[in-house]
Design a protein around this ligand. Structure first.
Ligand code: ZN
Ligand code: ZN
Length: 385
């Protein structure tokens, strides 16, 4: 059995207790006050000094006795929950994305690694734990960065449970390849006229047609999870005999990574511009939001594979996992593309799925996640002696 799997099992009571405590404190993005308090107390009990983020919605802690001369490894866990409207009209806030599990695993890894850390006087590579708020609204990473959480960081890792359909209990994937997601609002302006004298106006329907054709052309060669489609199209006009002079559209983009997103976006604009070359229709684009895709380091993926093999056995190592969902984690590498990053997916028999108010999972997976993350962290630290 792997070293860390045995240690994780020995920590089972603490792990279960942390999970129960965090599970009982589901809080929305930027309101993770009780969660932060609990995590900070645990960190203090370990003999470490937690640094609480402004507004008390997250925690960062650095292990002592390192000048980070060989880099700094950050282990990031997200801590926010989600609000759901139930069929009876009531609302509940729960950890339906399993961030209580993510925080539990990070706390356990922190506890386990700190015991080993104390046996050595000086560490060339530093170790930091980031308990990040607001993953679900894709804002928490920006806050952590703004408050210096990424300062000196050279390596960053994270883990998240995957739905049963993607990863069974006892298995894990070394890299979850989330999608890059973008929404673009389009305003189309023309010239209004009487329906009987259309030649006096400039119909925005021309623009709508150009956008639909341009999007379809750009989408034709894409493979899932990459896609682009029109999700909103309307003219402000509701009268049958007026040439409409204003329309609004929204496009939803998905891509394997940020580079592919850029290509699709450029293609869509070029296609539309080609169609409208002779047209008097005016078109404006406004990016509503953009979530970057993953930027993983090949060597980190290899180490991640090795860690999974050591803990779960080669037969339980899954291939890279492509998924249409997005992740705030990738805002770290988007801000700092020199970071060595990887984000693992843990099999935990999550049913019926993430973001489902009935979400449940096999709690034994916590032990696997702790052992894999501790093994991976130690590999990175050992390489950077
Ligand atoms: Zn989520
Ligand atoms: Zn999540």
């Amino acid at each position: 059995m792997s070293d860390f799997l045995e240690i994780a099992k020995a920590n089972l009571l603490l792990i279960n207790n942390d999970f129960q405590q965090l599970h009982a404190r589901p809080e929305l993005a930027f309101e993770e006050w009780e969660t932060t308090k609990y995590i900070a107390e645990q960190i203090e009990d370990m003999g470490l000094e937690p640094r609480i983020l402004s507004d008390s919605d997250g925690v960062i802690v650095d292990f002592p006795n390192s000048n980070n001369s060989a880099g700094l490894l950050a282990i990031r866990a997200d801590i926010d929950a989600l609000r759901h409207c139930l069929t009876d009209g009531s609302e509940i806030t729960i950890h339906s994305c399993g961030h209580d599990a993510n925080a539990t695993m990070a706390l356990a890894v922190c506890r386990i690694l700190y015991q080993r850390w104390q046996q050595i006087k000086h560490h060339p590579m530093g170790l930091r734990f980031i308990f990040q708020p607001a993953e679900e609204n894709v804002s928490g990473a920006k806050k952590v960065i703004a408050e210096g959480g990424l300062n000196d960081v050279t390596h960053i890792i994270a883990i998240h449970m995957r739905p049963k359909a993607e990863a069974l209990m006892g298995k894990a994937t070394p890299g979850v390849c989330h999608s890059s997601v973008m929404a673009v609002d389009i305003t189309i302006n023309g010239v209004s006229a009487h329906g009987g004298w259309p030649q006096q106006g400039v119909s925005v329907i021309e623009g709508i047609k150009a956008v639909i054709l341009g999007v379809e052309k750009a989408a034709a060669d894409l493979t899932w999870p990459a896609s682009v489609k029109v999700t909103v199209a309307r003219t402000v006009n509701t009268i049958y005999n007026i040439i409409p002079d204003r329309a609004n559209m929204t496009l939803d983009f998905r891509a394997h990574d940020s580079a592919e997103m850029e290509t699709i976006w450029r293609q869509v604009q070029e296609n539309i511009a080609d169609t409208l070359a002779q047209s008097k229709v005016k078109i404006e684009y406004n990016k509503r939001f953009f979530i970057p895709g993953p930027l993983y380091d090949n060597h980190m993926l290899e180490l991640s594979q090795q860690a999974i093999k050591e803990v779960l056995g080669e037969e339980n190592l899954l291939p890279f996992l492509y998924t249409a969902g997005a992740e705030d984690f990738h805002c770290y590498t988007h801000a700092r593309n020199d970071l060595n990053a990887v984000y693992l997916g843990l099999g935990a028999d999550v049913v019926p799925g993430l973001h489902n108010p009935q979400m449940s999972f096999n709690h034994d997976a916590l032990i696997n996640g702790v052992a894999i993350m501790a093994t991976l962290a130690e590999k990175i630290l050992n390489e950077n002696q």
